[in-house]
Design a protein around this ligand. Structure first.
Ligand code: CAA
Length: 380
């Protein structure tokens, strides 16, 4: 596989880096402290095409490949993983599935504004009693004339407060188990649909996460995405791409931690010299760099396979599993290199650790990624 960047890919990477440094970095500590959603930043990201990166220009997207998306995700998450996850959910959990499986009606009415960043999307699969065991959907949808009536609750929904459009998985035929799950596009403001309070989280605090409730929420039939009974298939296939996005987010956090550690080690003095001259610190930095590169290569591999139209389910799971572990490890080492300074907000690395942890949990825990990888390796 050749990962030499094209001119376009380099430009995307550069513009994401500049945007992150000039527009995101100045407010990152304060937004994290206050758990404040980055409304203006998301608006600007949308105007620049970063919220519908892989959507074709036919539907107002940027028409870029997954590799470009990964590069942009890394640059943004290196500075602020909260902005990274908001961007990732809109791109890979919402826009991707709508373009691939949505009807013309869905694409024209919902995908276009999502791809332009005029509207924001959310993906609602998890429930209070259906997290890793996602086939156990309790939310139901029952047909009534040319509408479907949704009842139930969703949990841990990224963009739960800020999104305009929600992709909601609901059981439409209990007897068919996971083949009886259907995806509905629900608009914010639909009667019977509401969100719970914003979760007070350890990390990615500037992104919002909340539960959703549905009480006799009527959704028109044309808002079914793909087909009745295809909802679980939709969710799983969408999550395969989503996991590449989260792997890229984790690589960004790990790279951010490495950059911070290198910078600090070259200025901080102890025992008569910069701490970068001590082998104890050098070894940590060397190990971090190896892990970051390995995680990045796994992530680029999964993206390249997806772009080539090849199967990437196992590789996406491998990338997410490894990159999320590396993000946690690199953040921890960066704190250790910073000593006491690493334990306070000002130096960013404590936030990297808090933000890194969720990458081992959402869009499939590390244990679920291992299940996906092992099943692929052991089948036949
Ligand atoms: N890609 C495509 N299809 C998949 C798949 C994948 N990664 N994983 C499972 N499937 C398919 C299987 O092929 C099977 O299809 P058929 O029945 O049609 O043959 C079907 O799904 C059921 O699979 P299993 O029989 O293997 O079912 P299982 O219950 O033993 O395992 C699971 C399923 C892999 C554990 C699945 O439930 C899973 O991935 N769970 C994790 C869910 C998850 O990632 N949730 C995150 C939600 S989003 C989020 O985090 C919030 C946010 O806002 C960011």
């Amino acid at each position: 596989m050749n990962f030499e960047l094209t001119e376009d890919q380099s430009l995307i990477q550069q513009s994401a880096r500049e945007f992150a440094e000039t527009e995101i970095a100045p407010t990152v500590i304060e937004r994290d402290k206050k758990a404040e959603f980055p409304t203006d930043i998301i608006k600007k990201l949308g105007e620049l095409g970063f919220l519908g990166m892989m959507v074709s220009p036919e539907y107002d997207g940027a028409g870029l490949d997954t590799l470009s998306y990964v590069l942009a995700m890394i640059e943004i998450s290196k500075v602020d993983a909260s902005v990274g996850v908001i961007m990732s959910v809109n791109n890979s959990l919402v826009c991707y599935g709508l373009e691939k499986w949505g009807s013309d009606y869905i694409k024209n009415n919902y995908l276009r504004p999502l791809a332009k960043g005029e509207k924001l999307g959310a993906f609602a699969l998890s429930e209070p009693e259906a997290g890793s065991d996602a086939t156990q959907q309790h939310t139901t949808a029952v047909k009534d004339g040319n509408h479907w009536v949704i009842n139930g609750m969703k949990n841990w929904i990224t963009n739960g407060h800020s999104a305009d459009y929600f992709l909601v998985m609901a059981q439409t035929d209990r007897e068919k188990a996971h083949h009886g799950i259907t995806t509905f596009l629900v608009e914010k403001g639909t009667p019977g649909f509401d969100h719970g309070v914003k979760e007070d989280k350890l990390g990615i605090r500037s992104s919002d996460t909340s539960s959703l409730t549905f009480e006799n929420c009527r959704v028109p039939e044309e808002n079914i995405v793909w087909e009745i009974g295809k909802g679980f298939n939709f969710a799983m296939n969408t999550l395969n791409g989503g996991r590449i996005g989260i792997a890229a987010q984790a690589v960004g956090i790990a790279e951010g931690a490495l950059d911070a550690a290198r910078k600090y080690a070259k200025t901080r003095k102890a025992f008569g010299t910069e701490i970068a001259n001590h082998q104890a610190v050098q070894f940590k930095i060397a190990d971090m760099a190896v892990k970051v590169d390995a995680a990045k290569l796994l992530t680029l591999q999964a993206a390249a396979l997806k772009d080539a139209g090849q199967k990437y389910l196992k590789e996406a799971a491998m990338a997410k599993l490894y990159a999320s572990k590396v993000a946690v490890e690199c953040a921890l080492e960066a704190i250790q290199i910073h000593g006491g300074y690493g334990y306070v907000r000002e130096y960013h690395v404590e936030r990297f650790l808090r933000d890194a942890k969720i990458t081992e949990i959402y869009e499939g825990t590390s244990e679920i990624q291992r299940i996906v990888i092992a099943r692929e390796l052991l089948k036949d």
